[in-house]
Design a protein around this ligand. Sequence first.
Ligand SMILES: Cc1ncc(COP(=O)(O)O)c(C=O)c1O
Length: 280
Amino acid sequence: MKNWKVWINGRLRDAGEAKVSVNDRGFLYGDGVFETMRSYAGTVFKIDRHLGRLFKSLKVLKIRPSYSKETIEKAVYRTLEANGLKNAYIRLTITRGGADPTAVIIVREFEGNPAAMYRSGITVKIANTRQNEYSPLTGIKSLNFLNHIIPKEKARIDGYDDAILLNTKGDIAEGSTSNVFTVKKNELITPSISCGILPGITRSVIIEIAGRMKIKVRERCISPKELLSGDEVFLTNSLVEVLPVTKIGAKRIAGGLPGEISKLLRISYQRQVIEETIWG
Ligand SMILES: Cc1ncc(COP(=O)(O)O)c(C=O)c1O
C-alpha cells in the first residue's frame, strides 16, 4: 500500500521505516501479546474489552507496557485516520522488547468475509493437537501461536476449512482462532473458561445477546461426541463474527446448512455492531 502508516512505539511511521530489533523478545521467543479488532465506519467495536484483555494478558506475562489504555486507544484511531480507513482489520502487538517493551499497531482495509462461508457454513476437523488448560498461555492472546497455527494448516491440507482443538481431558476447547458454540434443544452451550479457552470478546457479546433473547446459555465442558450430535455448531471471533459449521470430520451438522439460531445470533450481532458503531 502506498504511504502505508504503522504506529510503532509512540510514533506513526511509513511502513517501510517501522522496524523491530533483532533482539526483541517477541521475535526471539514469542514473548508478547496481541489483539485483533475490527472497526466499522470508523469505530472500533468493543475496543474497551479488547484493551482490557490485552492489559490482563500483559499482567500475566509481567510485561509493563510503556503506554496507558487511553494512549493506545487514541493511537489506534490515529493509525486508522492516517491510513484513511473506516472498515479495518486492526492488529495491536506488544512484546517484552529488548530494554523496553515494543508496541505496534497495524491497520488494513477489511475486505469482508466471503458470503459463501455463511451461506453453506464451513467444515472443520477435530485436531490431535491439545490445548493445555493448565498452561499460563491458555486464556491470554499470546504471540506464541503455533499450537493453533499447526492444527489449522493440517486441517487445510486435509481438505477442511479449520480445526477445533481439544483440551488435555479430551473435551472441546476452541477453534484455531475462534470460540466454539453448539445448540442443543434450543439451548446454547459453549466451553467454559476453565476448559482451556481464550475468553473471546465476540463470545462474551454472543452470550449477552442470547441472554437478552431469552436463549438459555450454558458454559461448561463439551465432549466431541456431544459436539457431533449438536443441532447447530458455530464459531465466533472479531473478524468472522458468527460463522456456522456444517460439517465436523465426516459428520454433517444441522443437515449440512447453517442452523436457525446461528443465523439469528449472527444477525443480532451485526445489529449490535451497527447500533454501537455506525449509529453510536
Ligand atoms: C484461539 C482463539 N480463541 C478465540 C478467539 C476469539 O476471540 P475474539 O472474539 O476476541 O476475537 C480468537 C481470536 O482470534 C483466538 O485466536
